[in-house]
Design a protein around this ligand. Structure first.
Ligand SMILES: *[C@@H]1O[C@H](CO)[C@@H](O)[C@H](O)[C@H]1NC(C)=O
Ligand SMILES: *[C@@H]1O[C@H](CO)[C@@H](O)[C@H](O)[C@H]1NC(C)=O
Length: 513
């Protein structure tokens, strides 16, 4: 009996030690200083916040088409028709940026609002005026605009011609980029060509989750990937050759990248394959030393394609000229990071149709049941995955300048959002760990400034530092507790797990203007 008790005590001590050890990694700094020079901001995207979907000459885009289709494919039949009404409320949006004390705000442009025909033959003055108003209002208060040219809302007309699967999209996108640089480049110094190529190509063309919901896994996604990368690179070089000297801005891309952790040692290869297919497909051609699609992706898709009876790989090849064009075509690497997945391989489990993108990867995903989940089922809280991702990007791509272009947590609403606060603190802490080890992170962006249209989930998943009241025609915005905490992180340039804001006081503007 005594002996059993002793073992129990020993066991208890071990559990406590293990627990303390795993807590300490992210709570070890009472107050942690944030290195000088890192910019802090928040982000949104045009379709998710603007509303005014058919106002002032804007034409239909692929998200208008999808959300208006029957039966409605979005939770609660929500649409972005009105969204946060930012088209009319940009002044309030900038006021919130001032309340938070942001260094920058990242937003995207609606292609079909600026070019209703999709092409440069007709520029919509009123649409341009909206973005001029927003940019000028931000600059009045020294908030830098960071502008994404494409955040998923392709003009429907271009989709009718195949969208990102049509190689002509390279010209369409470059022409649009030229107009945008000409219109706004005197004031905008940070450009992102395309937001989350993986979501554009896989979720839109490979799967059926996002517009245009082509559901052509293993073909459409790869065609899109190639065209998108060439379009990005052409726009990048156009800026460098024709605008850089007079405008002096910087241009990059914003890729989504989850961390894929092997389930066990023998799954290391499966996890690496997942990383290369899921984001290496888009980052390797730009940021690796040799460029081109990752070797493992090229080899796997080619081998499977021949086995399946194709005459050529389903993954289109870059010409040698295209490899050179795309290689190095970014001044920095933008990373949208939210979560991690456990990855493993088991040939006796056949879940995916063949051919398909996931059949090509030959990996299976899982979550650790101990991971906390956000309102979005895919969003598990795994701060160390962020650290591992940043470490890998640093080593694989020779330490490129990194902008964290999105990071955030969803709830079902409510102003007391302690789980969001915990998420931000732990993820920023993990980012600081990577910075301490040499990662060249230059900006951090919280997703999102306010609640907004969360794609197929409509307004059921809330990512905002500010809550938006969708029952109210005015779409009133109210600061959540996390807004106060983020503001204090930016103001003090430090991370203090014990800081408790007084949310009974209004959030105030402290920019002295
Ligand atoms: C997508 O296509 C597959 C066949 O490849 C089919 O089984 C599936 O139901 C389709 N999904 C949607 C949402 O259309
Ligand atoms: C693979 O999955 C099968 C079926 O679920 C299971 O019986 C087997 O143990 C798994 N193999 C490995 C190596 O995990």
């Amino acid at each position: 009996m005594m002996c059993l008790l002793k073992y129990w005590l020993l066991f208890l001590v071990l559990v406590l030690v293990a627990f303390a050890d795993c807590k300490s990694r992210y709570n070890r700094h009472e107050i942690r200083k944030i290195p000088d020079g890192i910019l802090f901001g928040t982000a949104t995207a045009s379709y998710q916040v603007e509303g005014a979907w058919d106002e002032d000459g804007k034409s239909e885009n692929i998200w208008d088409r999808l959300t208006h289709s029957k039966p409605c494919p979005v939770k609660n039949c929500d649409t972005g028709d009105i969204a946060d009404d930012s088209y009319h409320q940009y002044e309030r949006d900038v006021e919130m940026m001032r309340e938070l004390g942001l260094d920058f705000y990242r937003f995207s442009l609606s292609w079909s609002r600026i070019l209703p025909t999709s092409f440069p033959d007709k520029i919509n003055k009123k649409g341009v005026q909206y973005y001029n108003n927003l940019i000028d209002e931000m600059l009045k208060y020294n908030i830098q605009p960071m502008v994404t040219l494409y955040h998923w809302d392709l003009p429907q007309k271009l989709q009718d011609m195949g969208g990102w699967t049509n190689p002509h999209v390279v010209d369409w996108f470059t022409d649009y980029a030229r107009i945008v640089f000409e219109l706004f480049g005197d004031r905008v110094k940070y450009w992102f060509t395309i937001n989350e190529p993986r979501e554009v190509c896989y979720e839109g063309y490979g799967g059926a989750n996002f517009a245009p919901a082509y559901n052509l896994s293993g073909y459409g996604d790869y065609m899109c990937a190639k065209n998108l990368l060439v379009a990005h690179a052409k726009a990048y070089h156009m800026y460098k050759n024709e605008f850089s000297r007079t405008q002096g801005g910087t241009v990059g891309i914003a890729a989504s990248a989850s961390w894929f952790e092997p389930k066990s040692e023998k799954d290391a290869e499966a996890a690496e394959d997942a990383r290369q297919f899921e984001w290496g497909l888009y980052t390797n051609p730009i940021f690796s030393k040799n460029g081109d699609f990752p070797q493992v992706v090229k080899d796997r898709v080619a081998a499977k394609s021949f086995e399946q009876g194709f005459f050529r790989s389903r993954l289109p090849e870059f010409t040698p000229e295209e490899v050179e064009l795309v290689k190095g075509s970014s001044d920095f690497l933008g990373i949208n990071h939210y979560t991690s997945k456990i990855t493993y391989r088991n040939a006796s489990i056949t879940t995916f149709p063949s051919p398909s993108f996931y059949d090509d990867i030959e990996a299976l995903y899982d979550y650790d049941f101990t991971w906390e989940t956000a309102a979005s089922s895919w969003l598990k809280v795994v701060p160390w995955g962020f650290y591992k991702l940043l470490t890998k990007l640093r080593t694989d791509y020779d330490n490129p300048p990194i902008y964290i272009t999105e990071n955030g947590f969803s709830t079902r609403g409510g102003l007391e959002d302690d789980s969001r606060i915990a998420y931000y603190r732990q993820y920023i802490d993990a980012m600081l760990d990577a910075i301490d080890e040499g990662s060249d992170v230059r900006a951090y962006t919280a997703w999102s400034l306010m609640d907004n249209f969360e794609w197929r989930q409509g307004y059921t998943e809330r990512f905002g530092l500010y809550e938006v009241d969708y029952e109210d025609p005015k779409r009133t915005r109210t600061a959540r507790k996390s807004a106060y905490v983020y503001k204090e992180i930016i103001r003090s340039r430090q991370l203090d797990y014990h800081y408790e804001p007084d949310t009974t006081l209004p959030i105030t503007i402290d920019d002295g203007q």
